[in-house]
Ligand binder design. Structure first.
Ligand code: VAH
Length: 318
């Protein structure tokens, strides 16, 4: 059985649906700190779980005979910068609980890292798989610590830990909460609903992005990969594109010529974005487990606008 924490979040809500499709609805136990009535809470087992409660997590994983742990519950970069100590306690407390439960029950383990695990002294263009990591955000400190902790559990206890450094993820099912790359999701919602968007990230600020379907495939592919082929484990760079707000806007205007992009730069999230790479090198993931993104910017834009527009039309009819 697969236990997923943070199952109602941007990644979790879609990953649970995919895992239930692949392995069977009864194989996936979705958990989150609160039940918000999302379809995921009705399409299979759902339990409320606060990941900072290690005992509750152990009891739940044991009760469901979990053999795989997908730990997604965390605060993202912008929120973590506003509440650094809460972020440390939730992001690191939750992670060490999930690792301990997995060690005790012998679960295979996945948790995401992020391009946020890099800092201003990291080479910014085509950032290597192995390079300096001195992030200047609490989220980045959590991600680097998390990568090292997952490697430790692998080397010390033989726990089969695996992880991916995700770029900004773009999706239309569940909005992200408190991220720096959220502008790249909001821009599509705003294009469909208002025909215009004021970006909180400035023109010319390049960051890696990827469409959610590619992220979900990457998680399944890595978890199913032959362990003997993995030279790395807990921090594979992956990416599909490196874009700035202007590039996304131009892509949207190919479908909606009247779309208007303006700027209302948020200095806090701009500073976070500027501390991250412009583009990263994903060759290790391609080599070691066959990672390959299938959506480029224009394919993602077409699908995002089509999905959001049809939802908008349905809402209008309702
Ligand atoms: C964030 N979406 O913005 C997340 C992610 C690379 C970005 O870590 O914090």
């Amino acid at each position: 059985k697969i236990l997923v924490t943070g199952a109602l979040g941007q990644i979790g809500s879609e990953l649970v649906a995919k895992l239930r499709q692949i392995y069977g609805a009864d194989q996936v136990i979705a958990t989150d700190v609160r039940n918000n009535g999302h379809e995921i809470t009705r399409s299979g087992a759902f339990e409320t779980l606060d990941v900072t409660d290690g005992k509750a997590m152990f009891e739940m994983a044991k009760k469901h005979q979990a053999d795989t742990m997908i730990h997604l519950a965390a605060l993202l970069s912008a929120t973590a910068e506003e509440k650094p100590l809460l972020a440390w306690n939730l992001n690191m407390g939750g992670l060490v609980n999930a690792l301990e439960v997995s060690r005790e029950l012998g679960c295979q383990f996945f948790t995401p890292s992020s391009i946020g695990a890099f800092g201003p002294s990291t080479p910014k263009d085509n950032t290597p798989q192995d390079t300096i990591q001195r992030p200047t955000t609490m989220y980045g400190v959590n991600k680097v610590s998390g990568e090292l902790l997952c490697d430790y559990y692998f080397h010390k206890y033989g726990l089969d830990t695996r992880g991916i450094r995700f770029p900004g993820l773009i999706s239309y099912v569940t909005p992200p909460g408190g991220g720096t790359t959220d502008y790249a999701v909001e821009i599509y919602y705003a294009a469909v609903n208002q025909g215009r968007y004021a970006s909180f990230i400035d023109k010319g600020t390049y960051m890696d992005m990827m469409y959610m379907p590619d992220a979900l495939n990457a998680i399944v592919q890595l978890m199913e990969a032959d362990a003997s082929k993995l030279q790395h484990r807990n921090a594979f760079n992956v990416t599909a594109m490196s874009v700035d707000p202007e590039a996304i806007s131009a892509s949207i205007r190919q479908v909606m010529p009247s779309f208007v992009l303006e700027y209302e730069v948020d200095p806090k999230r701009q500073a976070i974005a500027e501390s991250w790479p412009n583009s990263i090198d994903a060759s290790a993931a391609a080599r070691e487990w066959g990672f390959k993104a299938s959506y480029d910017l224009d394919a993602m834009t077409k699908d995002m606008l089509a999905q959001l527009s049809s939802r908008e039309m349905l809402a209008k009819k309702a």
